[in-house]
Ligand binder design. Structure first.
Ligand code: GN1
Ligand code: MG
Length: 363
C-alpha cells in the first residue's frame, strides 16, 4: 500500500484485523489536532475516521471510550426523538464488538463514521459562522443536561482549572529545565499577571457556578460545517466531562473573536472583533435554550479571558518544559502560541465592559 502516510505495517495490519478493512484500504491524515493522531481511511468506497488516543494525555483510555459511548448514545436517542438537530458521531465497533481496539503495541484506536461533505474552519471570516458555531456548541451542552451525571467521568483531572494551571506554570518557571525562562521574560510577566483573575474565579465557585457535563474543547475547528456554512456536527468528544459552560464559551471566544489562528505571529492583528463577539453571544444564548443562569450569562466575557489565559499559560508551560505536550512544528511554536493568546487576553481585558454589554439579557 503506498498512500504516502507514515503508518507502520504492524499498525496497518492490526487496524485491518480489528475492523475487517480490505487489503486496498487507503489512509490519509485528517484534521490538525495537537494531541491525538487522526486518519481518514477509505475502504471500498467507504470513508471512516480512525483515531489513535494519546495515552500520555489520556491516562485512562477506557474511560475516554466509555464517555464517548455514553454521550453519543444519549445524543443519538435525542436526535431520533427529534430533540437534537445535529448529526451525532457514531463509534464503529470492532469485529469483536468492542468500541475500541488495543493493538499489539498497546496503542488505543477507535473508529468513527465519516460525516460526508463537511468542512472545518480554523478562524471565522463571517460572523454568521461564529453565530452558527455558538448555537451548535451550546445545543450540544444543552442536550447533555439530562444525561445522568455519573455517566461521564473526569478524563483529565483539573483540565481547565485555572488555579492548577497557574501553579503548574509557576513550577515550570521555577524549574526552568530547558533554560528558556530568560528568553521568555515578557510572556512570563504576562502569565504572572493572570493571577489577578483567580480571585474572581474563586468567588464564582463560591457563588454556586453550575457544574455540568461540558465539551471542554470548543475550538471552532471541532465543529463540522456543511457547504452552506451550517453547523452540522460537534466532534472531538474526548474531553467531554464535568465542567462549567464558561469553559466552553471561553474556548469558542478565543478561537472565533480573533481574525488569525492561535499560533499566528501577526500580533498586530490579534484583536477582538466586536461583530463576532455579538454574533457568538447571540448564537450561544439561543442554543442554550434558557438553560444559562444569570451567573453564567453575566460572566461570559470573564470566561473568554479565563480560558484564553489558561491556554496561554499551558502553551508557555509546555515551552518552558521542552514541548512535551502540544505538537509543535517549529522551535518556538509554543512560545508564539502563548504570545498570541496573551495578546488576545489583553484585547479582551481592554474591551471587557463593552463586550459584556452585548450579551443578550446581560445585567
Ligand atoms: C488541544 O488536540 P486538540 O487540538 O483538539 C488541547 C486543548 C487545547 C488545544 C489548543 C486534550 O486540543 O485543550 O485548547 O489543543 N486538548 C487537550 O489548540 O489538551
Ligand atoms: Mg481536542
Amino acid at each position: 500500500m503506498n498512500d504516502g502516510i507514515d503508518l507502520d505495517s504492524q499498525t496497518r495490519t492490526g487496524l485491518a484485523e480489528a475492523w475487517g478493512l480490505g487489503p486496498h484500504s487507503r489512509f490519509s491524515t485528517l484534521g490538525n489536532g495537537l494531541i491525538n493522531r487522526t486518519l481518514l481511511v477509505e475502504d471500498g468506497g467507504r470513508q471512516r475516521v480512525l483515531q489513535c488516543l494519546n495515552t500520555r494525555v489520556f491516562r485512562d483510555p477506557a474511560m475516554v471510550i466509555r464517555n464517548c459511548h455514553a454521550v453519543t448514545a444519549h445524543l443519538g436517542r435525542k436526535r431520533a426523538a427529534g430533540r437534537y438537530d445535529y448529526a451525532v458521531l457514531e463509534l464503529v465497533p470492532t469485529l469483536a464488538g468492542e468500541p475500541a481496539a488495543r493493538l499489539a503495541d498497546g496503542a488505543w484506536w477507535r473508529m468513527y463514521d465519516h460525516v460526508p461533505d463537511t468542512r472545518t474552519f480554523d478562524t471565522a471570516d463571517d460572523p454568521a459562522i461564529t453565530r452558527e458555531a455558538g448555537r451548535g456548541f451550546a445545543s450540544f451542552a444543552a442536550a447533555l443536561a439530562d444525561l445522568e451525571p455519573g455517566a461521564v467521568g473526569e478524563v483529565i483531572p483539573h483540565f481547565h482549572d485555572p488555579v492548577t494551571r497557574f501553579a503548574s506554570f509557576r513550577a515550570a518557571l521555577d524549574a526552568d529545565r530547558m533554560g528558556r525562562g530568560a528568553g521568555a521574560r515578557a510572556e512570563c510577566d504576562a502569565a504572572l499577571a493572570f493571577e489577578e483573575l483567580l480571585a474572581h474565579w474563586r468567588r464564582l465557585r463560591g457563588a454556586g457556578l453550575p457544574w455540568r457535563i461540558t465539551h471542554n474543547d470548543c475550538k471552532l475547528n471541532n465543529l463540522l460545517f456543511d457547504r452552506d456554512n451550517r453547523a452540522i456536527c460537534v466532534v472531538d468528544l474526548d474531553t467531554v466531562m464535568p465542567g462549567t459552560l464558561l469553559f466552553d464559551f471561553g474556548d469558542m471566544a478565543r478561537t472565533m473573536l480573533s481574525p488569525v489562528p492561535e499560533d499566528s505571529t501577526e500580533l498586530a492583528r490579534v484583536e477582538v472583533r466586536h461583530g463576532h463577539f455579538a454574533a457568538l453571544a447571540r448564537g450561544y444564548v439561543e442554543g442554550c435554550e434558557g438553560q444559562l443562569t444569570p451567573l453564567e450569562r453575566d460572566n461570559l466575557v470573564f470566561a473568554a479571558r479565563l480560558v484564553t489565559g489558561v491556554i496561554g499559560l499551558r502553551f508557555l508551560t509546555d515551552y518552558l518544559d521542552g514541548d512535551r505536550y502540544f505538537r509543535v512544528t517549529r522551535p518556538a511554536h509554543n512560545l508564539e502560541r502563548a504570545r498570541n493568546q496573551f495578546a488576545l487576553l489583553a484585547s479582551l481585558a481592554r474591551q471587557a465592559d463593552a463586550l459584556q454589554a452585548m450579551v443578550p439579557g446581560s445585567a
